[in-house]
Design a protein around this ligand. Structure first.
Ligand code: FAD
Length: 476
């Protein structure tokens, strides 16, 4: 397979695309391109001769046909909130944005499905479901900008995975344009369909390397009116998973979110994020933000209170505070959702999105802390996030004035953390993907046979390597 193409894209190709899409379908002025060429963490920068903005699936197909005929590389981009660089055209490729394809095509409350364009922003999709009296449960801090196409291409997780699953679990149908321009219409929306390979799953989590997702049929759930949200401080980190299991039993599996919040992360939020306050009088090293929700008139608060009372008796929980209003609930969630932003405002960090089986999380944190201390003495680890799914965002930060030293040790720090993840049978990318950040590292953690099958699929679906070249698959 050919490697990433660094050659200049000819004016002839650019003119063919301009002619195919008309003036609204392309942009090449610096102001229009700028927001698409850097990303949230400022780690990767790109360049492109043309931003391509098709308005329909047929137009996407026309663009890919031209790309295929001329072996022109193209990078799809949704809301540009990805954290591993997959959406950035680092080799001067064409940049494909589905921002003009953002319609909610249909909502069926009776079938509990909705069909949307891939360029629709997640927040808009959630709102459309809500208007129909239903819930689309995918939820993450970037939901005001990220798109369904990006969410599915990264198989995004977020805060409700415990109850509703990853993006992959929320899809009933997919529309995909292949590298040669063929349209795969897999939008049947069936809950049961065992007619051979489940092709749609191939494109979910493929980060735009196997096809362009242009539409999706999504699963809807009963809307939720009844929330109970509690911030609970733990006696120690081991208590987290015991508490989760206890509360799953007492609430009948109604927990939607169970998020670990370390004291260090909370302190950064209190320091950098306006209108935040410490929820409890005393400070404890580890806390969890727990949310239970239910569509019906079942008293979720009572079930959670009873479960927590038992956890206090068992010395798992030392103190807890319930949200008494929607405003309280939002304030508690702000403490969790702004940890990444507060950390960024504080200075540099090396972020790792890792997972193990939930019961192994305390060991993973302890072992990783010890390992990075050897590589970078004085390192400040901040482990937070979706502990209920076994997924920890493990950020390594530095004391004031040591940012450059920290960043110069990125490879050594990542390798130390990944080695601990591997020792415990975990994953080095739980929900953010591989992109440019981990595509080479993955060869050390997947078997040669797995990598070979990935390469075989890529070669079969994109033989000219024009779709997001250099991403996901190892470069050598
Ligand atoms: C503050 C913040 C919080 C976050 N929290 C979470 C979290 O809790 N859980 C989580 O999983 N992620 C999280 N993320 C990461 C990010 O939001 C998700 O990866 C999101 O799904 C990316 O969507 P996007 O539309 O921005 O895609 P982009 O960033 O634009 O693209 C992501 C990848 O998908 C490909 N792609 C985009 N659209 C298409 C398409 N239509 N067809 C084919 N390929 C396509 C791109 O080429 C790229 O490889 C967070 C990010 C931020 C900034």
């Amino acid at each position: 397979m050919e490697g990433p193409m660094k050659r200049k894209i000819s004016n002839e190709v650019l003119d063919r695309i301009r002619d195919a899409l008309g003036p609204l379908g392309v942009a090449d002025d610096a102001a229009a391109l700028a927001p698409h060429l850097s990303e949230w963490r400022n780690r990767w920068r790109g360049s492109t001769p043309l931003l391509v903005k098709p308005a329909t699936t047929e137009e996407v197909s026309r663009v890919l046909l031209i790309c295929s005929e001329t072996s022109t590389p193209i990078v799809p981009q949704g809301g540009n909130t990805g954290l591993v660089g997959g959406q950035i055209p680092t080799q001067g490729e064409l940049l494909l944005s589905l921002e003009r394809m953002d319609d909610i095509r249909s909502v069926s409350a009776s079938d509990n499905t909705m069909t949307v364009d891939a360029g629709a922003v997640l927040g808009k999709v959630q709102l459309a479901a809500e208007k129909a009296g239903r819930l689309f449960p995918l939820s993450l801090a970037a939901e005001g900008s990220c798109t369904i196409g990006g969410n599915l291409s990264t198989n995004a997780g977020g805060i409700n995975v415990l109850r509703y699953g990853m993006s992959r679990d929320l899809v009933l149908g997919l529309e995909v344009v292949l590298a040669d321009g063929r349209i795969l219409d897999m939008m049947r929306g069936l809950r049961k369909d065992n007619t051979g390979y489940d092709l749609k799953q191939l494109f979910i989590g493929a980060e735009g390397t196997l096809g362009i997702i242009t539409g999706a049929t999504l699963k809807l759930f009963p809307s939720v009116s009844n929330y109970s949200t509690v911030f609970a401080s733990l006696s120690n980190i081991d208590a987290a998973i015991q508490l989760l299991n206890k509360l799953q039993s007492s609430t009948g599996n109604l927990i939607t979110a169970f998020e670990l919040i370390p004291r260090r992360g909370l302190e950064l939020v209190l320091k950098h994020i306006p209108q935040t306050s410490d929820p409890l009088p005393a400070s404890h090293e580890w806390s969890v933000l727990i949310e239970v929700s239910n569509p019906e008139a079942f008293d979720v608060t009572k079930a959670l209170e009873e479960g927590l009372a038992g956890a206090v008796d068992d010395e798992l929980v030392v103190d807890a505070i319930f949200a008494k209003s929607e405003r309280d609930r939002q304030a508690l969630w702000r403490l969790r959702e702004t940890i990444s932003e507060a950390r960024r405002l504080e200075g540099a960090s090396i972020a790792n999105d890792i997972s193990v089986q939930p019961s192994k999380i305390p060991l993973l944190i302890a072992n990783s802390n010890a390992a990075i201390e050897k590589v970078f003495p004085g390192a400040i680890p901040i482990a937070f996030g979706h502990v209920g799914d076994g997924n920890i965002h493990y950020a390594v930060c530095a004391a004031k004035g040591r940012d450059e030293e920290l960043l110069s040790l990125r490879d050594a720090i990542e390798n130390a953390v990944f080695a601990e993840v591997e020792r415990l049978g975990g994953s080095i990318s739980a929900e953010h993907g591989l992109g440019l950040a981990k595509n080479d590292a993955i060869t050390r953690y997947k078997s040669a046979a797995e990598i070979e099958v990935m390469k075989t699929l890529k070669a079969a679906l994109d033989p000219k390597n024009i779709l997001n070249p250099g991403k996901v698959l190892p470069t050598s």
